[in-house]
Write a protein that binds this ligand. Structure first.
Ligand code: MN
Length: 717
């Protein structure tokens, strides 16, 4: 490439960036300039300026519709390794996200990837795990490798074989796993060319030789298929191609060379799943299907989410060809794989959404069978991966996903609840370790169990990091040891209360218990004890809640004390205990005029102290229920006089007034006021305000008043 061509490549790329990212192109263009400058005196094996490599890699990623951070990082992916530029510089110029992507790509480059066959999947997985913090790192690496494979001809034969076999063993499977169909296909063909040059040459020539004949069949069958689509009235299109050399080679290897094997492939894209099945039926109507070649990946998608209907049919002349039928959406997924998910919901590119996507691929890598249906896929997309994760292995190298700071106990519970309960020790990477050891990604953990083990230890609750382990331990204690827990919890609470100078039975009032019940969804006081006993609630949580409740109460009362004391007291405030104290401003409500012995309630009024009502006063129903406070009469019996209000209805020939005054004076009860009204029928209505000591005295005198001739009714107001 001469300088003019290189300049043109860079200009084209910059245009593409501006077109794709618009006013968000700044960072990419800055990265481009930085890369041009950093690589300015470097050349590739081909003799071309080095800069074309990062630009081409970035271009591949643009084609995958990756985000601008990925494109920026791709431009910078070789600067730290090959030029004087440092991570510090990258971080300062481009931010921590780009820095960590570049670091990740460099780190993968330094891996010694095993490629012996049986370990292939394992090394693939391990690599994904180590880097899975950000799946974009792997996607950059794939693009990097694709460009290197495209330019492999400039390397020595030895290097070609080394790079090609590593690509075939590691990167092709990863790319397939990520579902990026077109890159996988191109990479495979490139590897094929360098790994099996004779076969490649032979197949290539054969394809050339039969090319014209095949294209004829291709065109003819294409037109028939398109007519089938149109006749069904389905909106869809047929895309046709001669299969890739490597896939023909693979078929040849597995089935033996056939005179005519299907190298022609058609793909019908449509809008709806139901159209897919309708089309399959119509295709089978027109062409004879080859038995056992019909595959329904729509009903059972591949682990990488590939979905499609496959069938192989025969032309009238008996030439087989393959037809794949899928929706546009499915097509996007199988050509772009995880990269399609990047674009899937345009606009949602905050890092947490990216995390979800990463979570998905991690899950997909971890366990193929989990992804048989789209529901579990959605489930995985929704999973909350807020905490930093670590990945550890069972002795059989099964991957276990835990959170940071997890211990062998978390690990044991993650595998099976019983394994957790029976766990007595663990080895990490072959060495015995304490159970509170913090695990790290890549650790191989083995749990040592004992059948006679008495179950988990309460101390484990302090060391486990996963909520699932914590819940399982708690449940164990909760279920299996409820009685013991109640006793233990009570003892613990009593100790804590004593330590703080309190008495448990006094502070755990029914109100407090009620509060805990609703707050923590518990059934009764025993449940509170049991939950404390099993570690579900700490003693401090309980005692602190009690204290804060008390503090609030006191504060409320203190405010009351400060309230202005003007206005008429209707009684003796010291006769009433509010929260056990008698120095609050209280007033007696005129509506019901309670006297000692009556059931009463206190209402915290605004600015007028605590209003004391009779418990059956009709007026209290209208008051704000949140402002009632517990009050009681002081029971030392010497509270002075109270005003009791009595109403008398009389209907006789003579007035009852004189009889009333006689009874009051005999009873030694003084009267504050008497209010008499007589209606036109001569019915007397008398309201008496009497000074009494308590409700006993009042009811005695009321009985006497009822006995007066002519009195119909006597009652408390
Ligand atoms: Mn590179």
């Amino acid at each position: 490439m001469d300088k003019k061509e290189v300049d043109q490549l860079i200009r084209d790329f910059a245009e593409q960036v501006k077109y794709t990212f618009g006013d968000k192109s700044g960072r990419v263009l800055k990265a481009l300039a930085f890369a041009i400058d950093s690589h300015k005196n470097q050349f590739r094996d081909s003799g071309d300026p080095y800069i074309i490599h990062p630009v081409c890699v970035a271009q591949i990623l643009l084609q995958l519709q990756m985000d601008e951070a990925t494109i920026s990082a791709a431009l910078l992916h070789d600067v730290v390794e090959d030029t004087p530029a440092t991570y510090k510089q990258i971080k300062e110029e481009f931010g921590p996200e780009i820095e960590s992507l570049v670091k990740g790509v460099t780190k993968i480059g330094s891996f010694k990837l095993r490629s012996s066959e049986e370990r292939e999947m394992e090394s693939l997985r391990r690599m994904l795990l180590v880097t899975a913090k950000d799946i974009r790192v792997i996607i950059i690496k794939i693009a990097d490798r694709l460009h290197n494979m495209r330019t492999l001809q400039y390397l020595s034969r030895e290097r070609q074989i080394k790079v090609a076999s590593q690509t075939m063993d590691i990167l092709v499977p990863i790319t397939e796993r990520l579902g990026i169909g077109w890159i996988k296909g191109e990479m495979e063909d490139l590897c094929f060319k360098y790994l099996y040059p004779e076969d490649y040459e032979r197949l290539y020539n054969e394809m050339e030789r039969k090319y014209e004949k095949r294209v004829l069949i291709l065109d003819k069958t294409h037109d028939i298929l398109q007519k089938i689509v149109d006749d069904l009235g389905i909106k869809g299109e047929v895309k046709s191609r001669i299969k890739r050399l490597y896939s023909i080679f693979k078929k040849e290897q597995s089935k033996g060379m056939d005179k005519i094997y299907d190298v022609i492939a058609h793909r019908i894209l449509c809008e709806d799943v139901k159209d897919c099945y309708a089309l399959l039926g119509a295709v089978h109507n027109k062409f004879r299907p080859v038995p056992k070649r019909i595959k329904d990946y729509i009903a059972s998608p591949k682990p990488n989410l590939y979905q499609s209907l496959h069938t192989t049919v025969l032309t009238e002349d008996g030439v087989p060809f393959e037809v794949q039928i899928r929706t546009y959406e499915m097509h996007k997924i199988c050509e772009y794989g995880i990269a399609a998910h990047w674009k899937y919901k345009e606009g949602i590119t905050e890092s947490n959404k990216l995390d979800e996507k990463i979570a998905w691929i991690r899950k997909a890598v971890e366990s193929e069978k989990d992804f048989k249906d789209s529901e579990s896929f959605l489930e995985a997309m929704k999973m909350d991966f807020g905490t930093n994760e670590i990945w550890v292995f069972t002795p059989k190298l099964k991957v276990v996903n835990l959170v940071e700071n997890s211990t062998p106990i978390d690990f044991a519970y993650a595998i099976h609840t019983d394994l957790g309960h029976k766990c007595i020790g663990a080895t990490v990477n072959g060495k015995m370790v304490p159970l509170n050891t913090r695990l790290e990604t890549g650790d191989v953990v083995e749990i040592i169990t004992s059948q006679v083990n008495k179950g988990p230890s309460r101390d484990w609750l302090k060391v486990v990091a996963t909520s699932s382990a914590r819940n399982k331990i708690r449940n164990y204690f909760k279920k299996e040891m409820k009685e013991e827990n109640i006793k233990l919890g009570k003892d613990m609470l009593e100790m804590e209360a004593t330590k703080r100078g309190m008495v448990l039975s006094e502070i755990l009032t029914p109100e407090v218990v009620k509060e805990f019940k609703s707050k923590y969804n518990l059934t009764d006081l025993d449940d509170v004890y049991a939950t404390v006993g099993c570690g579900g609630l700490t003693t401090n949580q309980i005692i602190n809640a009690v204290i804060s409740r008390k503090k609030q109460e006191t504060k409320r009362l203190a405010i009351l004390n400060k309230q202005n004391t003007s206005g008429q007291d209707r009684g003796v405030s010291s006769a009433i205990l509010v929260d056990g104290k008698d120095d609050f401003l209280v007033k007696f409500a005129g509506c019901c005029a309670p006297v000692p012995g009556d059931n009463i309630v206190g209402f915290v009024s605004q600015g007028k102290g605590i209003m004391i009502h009779s418990a059956n006063c009709p007026n209290i129903k209208k008051l704000d229920a949140n402002r009632f406070i517990d009050v009681k009469w002081k029971d030392n019996g010497d509270n002075g006089h109270f005003v009791g209000v009595v109403q008398i209805v009389a209907a006789g020939k003579h007035s009852v007034i004189s009889d009333i005054t006689t009874i009051l004076s005999q009873s030694k009860i003084s009267m504050q006021s008497m209010n008499l009204s007589v209606d036109p029928n001569g019915v007397e209505n008398i309201i008496l305000k009497l000074n009494v000591f308590d409700n006993n005295q009042l009811s005695v005198v009321m009985d006497k008043l009822s006995a007066i001739t002519g009195v119909v009714k006597v009652f408390r107001k």
